[in-house]
Ligand binder design. Structure first.
Ligand SMILES: Nc1ncnc2c1ncn2[C@@H]1O[C@H](COP(=O)(O)OP(=O)(O)OP(=O)(O)O)[C@@H](O)[C@H]1O
Ligand SMILES: [Mg+2]
Length: 542
């Protein structure tokens, strides 16, 4: 209290002295000397002040000062609850449902960082009436004292090239005690930048981007809409242990900047999601994005005419994003347009993605998209362009993928999305009926457990049944049981048919055709695809 009183007294006397000096200078000195003496006076007064001041202007030349925006966001995070701010400005960004608070003109706000008190002031002045300003800073080089001086002169009229500069000059001034400056300045500014990035991500609705042919020439390589997919790891029906592993992996990745830096690895991670349709691969991607707060770039490879276009597209993705390529088995073996010769198959894996290789038979593939072009970006030198990015490839047929995509280290994690298991079914029951099966009778629960293992139904199939009957829990469960039992019977019949076909020497392809025609039957082979892939991976690892 006494300290505050003291500072008010010194401020009042300082203002008095300044007013007196100004009047005195105006009366006594000729105009050309006034400025120099004012400059001298200000410098003299600063020597006695225990504070130093840092100006953070909105514009750095003609560019926006990132730090200004960051400070604005940072202060908004506590401006509304701070007792020291008396007047706040309110803003809401495009695509956002969140209101941000800011300091009004010439208002100030106090902050504490690492136990050190600082103060921010926001000043808005008209550019035309901007007073000439002089700034000087002493430096010592080889024991010789030098002084840098920066003079800001009044701009009478803006040249046309400066039209983009706002008429108002906005800036924050940070006041720190001189003795604390070296202690906190850098770490405090780093903290502000980090916090601002977090706020930006939380405030702005995340977007999902997609590409279309020719969008690059229209000047907008990606088109975006707000991303509002409600899928989360809570609602995703899959083995809880597997889910935990994936979440942990994602968490480690997002917090792994120092690790990736230390180990000399590009800060990126690749996931390959494979499994039959309707097992939740796309839902998993949405859950990942929601879990990490990342944006999604849904890359349609069929819309990318060449490797160089692909490179341009990928260079325009932001960090903290998931780059998704769905159904990679269907989209990489591309040609440039339907009439163009077929692009080299995935095996045509040349060192330079833009040059033909031996397999392509000497044809010019410069205008085609190749797997090597893609992998060059996800895995090669270009992978370090941007950081904190996740690549997700999905496929229904892991066995059709080129070995180049599957070789160890290419995709960091292979995740099998398979038919619904009992633990996954419990999640679906919780999602749609509000119960996890614990209120089911023991008989019903054990019946469900047995039926779901035999039925080999996808979570999508089960969801369909539960959605229809969700108003009546008992009916929903009994109908689901019926459907699952019927499906299990179909599977058994199909299994018998398959055995018969095999003993009669019917071609495998024909058998598959039949399976497609029969919506009921699921071959064991299909179900086993995850297991087989996992076994193969285990073998490779050993
Ligand atoms: N594992 C799951 N957990 C929760 N819901 C799921 C799951 N799998 C599928 N569903 C439901 O089925 C719908 C289709 O799932 P999704 O699109 O994620 O499957 P997919 O594996 O991507 O299929 P496709 O291979 O055809 O692209 C989803 O909207 C969701 O409601
Ligand atoms: Mg999908």
């Amino acid at each position: 209290m006494a300290e505050r009183k003291e500072s008010w007294t010194s401020l009042a006397s300082l203002l008095g002295t300044l007013a007196f000096c100004q009047t005195f200078l105006q009366l006594v000195l000729p105009p050309e000397l006034r400025l120099a003496s004012l400059k001298f006076l200000t410098r003299a007064l600063r020597c006695f002040s225990s504070y130093c001041y840092f100006d953070v202007a909105e514009m750095d030349g003609v560019n926006t000062n990132e730090l200004y925006n960051a400070v604005q966001l940072y202060l908004s995070s506590f401006a509304s609850t701070s007792a020291s701010a008396s007047r706040l400005s309110l803003t809401r960004a495009r695509n956002s449902s969140v209101t941000t608070f800011g300091l009004s003109n010439n208002d100030s706000i106090a902050d504490v960082f690492d136990g050190v008190a600082v103060q921010w002031e926001h000043a808005v002045t008209q550019r035309q009436s901007q007073p000439s300003s002089w700034r000087s800073i002493p430096d010592v080089f080889d024991g010789v004292a030098v002084q840098w001086e920066h003079a800001g002169t009044q701009r009478q009229s803006q040249p046309s090239s400066w039209r983009s500069i706002p008429d108002e000059k906005r800036g924050f001034t940070l006041r720190i005690k001189k003795r604390d400056k070296d202690l906190i300045l850098n770490s405090y500014l780093d903290r502000i930048m980090d916090k601002a990035n977090d706020i930006r991500r939380n405030n702005q609705e995340r977007l999902i981007y997609t590409n279309s042919r020719g969008s690059e020439s229209r000047g907008r390589p990606w088109e975006a809409v707000p991303f509002k997919h409600p899928s989360t790891f809570d609602t995703l029906a899959m083995d809880p242990e597997k889910k935990r592993d994936i979440m942990e992996d994602l968490r480690d990745f997002a917090a792994g900047q120092a690790f990736y830096q230390r180990t000399g690895r590009a800060w990126k991670r690749g996931y390959l999601l494979y499994g039959p349709p309707g097992t939740g691969k796309s839902s998993m991607i949405a859950a990942m994005a929601n879990f990490l707060g990342y944006e999604i770039y849904d890359l349609g490879l069929t819309e990318v005419p060449s490797n160089s276009e692909l490179r341009k597209l990928l260079m325009k993705t932001s960090s903290k994003s998931i780059i998704v390529i769905e159904d990679i088995d269907c989209s990489v073996n591309l040609s440039n347009g339907s009439k163009a010769p077929k692009a080299p198959p995935l095996q045509s894996y040349s060192a330079d993605p833009d040059t033909p290789d031996a397999v392509s038979g000497g044809k010019n593939w410069n205008n085609t998209m190749t797997l090597s072009g893609l992998l060059n970006f996800t895995d090669g030198l270009w992978s370090c362009c941007g950081s904190e990015r996740i690549f997700v490839f999905t496929t229904n047929h892991i066995d059709k993928l080129d070995p180049a995509l599957l070789r160890s280290g290419r995709m960091d994690m292979h995740i099998c999305m398979s038919y619904c298991s009992y633990p996954a079914l419990k999640i679906l029951l919780h999602n749609y009926l509000g119960s996890e099966g614990e209120d089911l009778s023991e008989v019903a629960a054990s019946e469900l457990r047995e039926a779901v293992e035999k039925a080999k139904m996808t979570p999508a199939d089960i969801s369909e049944v539960l959605i229809k009957k969700r108003r009546n829990r008992e009916k929903a469960v009994s109908e689901l049981l019926e459907v699952m039992k019927a499906r299990a019977e179909g599977n058994e019949e199909y299994g018998g048919l398959r055995e018969k076909c095999e003993s009669n020497g019917v071609e495998e392809e024909e058998e598959e055709k039949r399976a497609l025609e029969s919506p009921k039957g699921v071959s064991d082979r299909e179900d086993d695809s995850c297991k087989k892939a996992e076994d193969q991976e285990e073998k490779k690892a050993n």
